[in-house]
Design a protein around this ligand. Structure first.
Ligand code: FES
Length: 216
């Protein structure tokens, strides 16, 4: 897989996948987990066209085909955006004390999300997670590891950043004792109907700008 590399302050390198690589990563993940019949990442169409997206306009994402346990990935303002349909069992795990006790900011006190996602599930609707897929350490793209035991024996499912080993749960909450200092960012978004998420626009009455967060 061809990747571009960006020098980072500590002298290591952080791989920066291109859109082509996003496709490759997601396709690879399908093969990796598809045999188990569990979470299968997909690619959603970018909407509207690329020029409008590049200008920073909101994008509408059709989530009607995202089955429980699946992740799709879109690009907004140059950022990878993860959208996950979390099944009830995954939501239950997020509330288990054995997980919560390992997290650095379980209550989302740091400004890494809009107010409507400052809750235990870090989302506007519990089942749908929407995150900016950029590690808060040095900006790598964490990998979707939704299944128990995928990263280590006690792994309950979440995101793993292979660059320096940071771990996040399936709400994007960062573990304590890893290089990443903050939870994964949540972008502004709203549901325009039951099947469509608009990335880049807040619900009526809410004000949130991704530029206001502590760290992207
Ligand atoms: S970029 Fe260093 S752990 Fe993610």
């Amino acid at each position: 897989m061809a990747v571009s590399s960006t020098a980072v302050p500590n002298g290591s390198e952080c791989e920066e996948p291109s859109r082509r690589d996003f496709l490759y990563i997601a396709t690879g993940a399908v093969g990796a987990v598809g045999a188990a019949g569990i979470a299968v990442p997909l690619i959603a169409q970018l909407q509207p066209d690329a020029a409008v997206v590049a200008a920073g306009a909101p994008i509408d994402v059709d989530i009607s085909g995202v089955a429980p346990g699946q992740q799709i990935l879109v690009k907004w303002r140059g950022h990878p955006i993860f959208i996950v349909n979390r099944p009830p069992e995954a939501l239950k795990v997020l509330q288990e004390q054995s997980l919560v006790s390992k997290l650095s900011d379980p209550d989302s006190k740091a400004l890494q999300q809009p107010q409507y996602a400052a809750n235990w599930h870090r989302s506007a609707k519990p089942e749908f997670l929407v995150l900016v897929g950029v590690c808060t350490h040095l900006g790598c793209i964490p990998s979707f590891q939704p299944n128990r035991g995928e990263v280590d024996a006690s792994w309950p499912g979440g995101y793993f950043c292979p660059c320096h080993g940071s771990k996040y749960d399936l709400a994007g909450r960062v573990y304590s004792g890893v290089p990443a200092p903050y939870n994964l960012p949540v972008p502004p978004y709203t549901f325009t109907d039951a099947k469509t998420i608009r990335i880049g626009e807040n619900p009526a009455g809410a004000t949130f700008d991704l530029a206001d967060i502590v760290q992207l």
